[in-house]
Design a protein around this ligand. Structure first.
Ligand SMILES: O=C(O)[C@H](CCc1ccccc1)CC1(C(=O)N[C@@H](Cc2c[nH]c3ccccc23)C(=O)O)CCCC1
Ligand SMILES: [Ca+2]
Ligand SMILES: [Zn+2]
Length: 307
């Protein structure tokens, strides 16, 4: 049984055709991408809503290397976009996988039952199907895939504690790198959110208020550090650093902003960093990389949001 790399094709969640890095073994093809450096593989699973197994579930395979079925759409995009995010971090920052050590990137689709969410579990990505009204298959949005994989980057670098201000920063960095990967709009999750409604999204970096997020410190929501309180509102208060990122990107441009954000995340931020120390980390990163004019752009961005 010859074992070797192959190139397949698939239909994504939005009906688009894309080529896939697959692996041929025993006369079938696996969503198993071995083309990346340092032997890190990108592998995609289906756990059938947990009916037959917990995580990760079963490899997604196809005997013809043609992943065109309805059920395969979520896996096609989870696999393809994981590869796209790997390439983004490698090409932009020379980072090899989320831990810069070539770790395998594992995704499971069809997680749960009509599950309107996605997550980085600490070991892998999981994607729900959505209920078809609030969401469709969540792996169909490259900004969501980038958001989840950036949680893994954050966990292996700054380690921002997932509660209160450090948690809102954790959230914001995932949204901001989601923007850097999907920079055609300022929206998060728009490709899979409310499939029956066009133009809306889960969040907006340019206008957090549009989706009930604060965009200024005077709107900071003091919520309980409980699951019901979204751990102190990490998905709510992220609107404030998200808006600061919007201002920073508008004044410096994406190519400088992404290097400043990456340097802050990997060099200066720590698990307990709060908004004030994030401003300082970004100011310092801007100064280090591009000098005082870049630093003052960061200063202005954060003062616009009340910091
Ligand atoms: O990665 C994250 O921060 C979110 C992870 C949520 C989660 C946490 C712990 C266990 C399971 C799931 C998932 C995403 C998120 O922002 N979820 C928000 C918004 C949301 C999505 N689906 C929902 C359903 C109900 C309520 C809120 C939501 C949340 O969980 O708050 C990120 C991009 C898209 C989905
Ligand atoms: Ca987007
Ligand atoms: Zn998140």
């Amino acid at each position: 049984n010859v074992v070797h790399e192959a190139t397949g094709t698939g239909t994504g969640v939005l009906g688009d055709t894309k080529s896939l890095n697959t692996y041929a073994y025993n006369n079938t093809y696996y969503l198993f991408d071995t083309t990346k450096p340092m032997n890190g593989v990108i592998e995609t699973f289906d756990n059938y809503g947990g009916q037959y197994s917990s995580l990760p579930g079963y490899y997604v395979t196809d005997s013809g290397n043609t992943f065109y079925s309805e059920r395969q759409k979520a896996a096609v995009d989870a696999h393809y976009y994981a590869g796209e995010v790997f390439d983004y971090y490698y090409d932009t920052f020379n980072r090899v996988s989320y831990d810069n050590n070539g770790s395998d990137i594992r995704s499971t689709v069809h997680y749960g039952s009509n599950y309107n969410n996605a997550a980085w579990t600490g070991n892998q990505m999981i994607y729900g199907d959505g209920d078809g009204s609030t969401f469709t298959y969540l792996s169909g949005a490259d900004d969501i895939v980038a958001h989840e994989l950036t949680h893994a980057v954050t966990d292996t670098t700054a380690g921002l504690i997932y509660e209160n201000q450090s948690g809102a920063l954790n959230e914001s960095f995932s949204d901001v790198f989601g923007y850097f990967v999907d920079s055609e709009d300022w929206l998060m999750g728009e490709d899979v959110y409310t499939p029956g409604v066009s133009g809306d999204a889960l969040r907006s970096l340019s206008n957090p208020n549009a989706y009930n997020q604060p965009d200024h410190m005077n709107e900071y929501q003091n919520l309980p550090n409980t699951e019901a309180g979204d751990w102190g509102g990490v998905h709510i208060n992220s609107g404030i650093p998200n808006k600061a990122a919007y201002y920073t990107i508008n004044s410096l441009g994406i190519s400088k902003a992404q290097q400043i954000y990456y340097r802050a995340l990997t060099v200066y931020l720590t698990p307990s960093s709060n908004f004030q120390s994030a401003k300082a980390a970004l100011q310092q990163s801007a100064q280090d990389l591009y000098g005082s004019s870049a630093k003052s752009a960061v200063t202005q961005a954060w003062s616009n949001v009340g910091l």
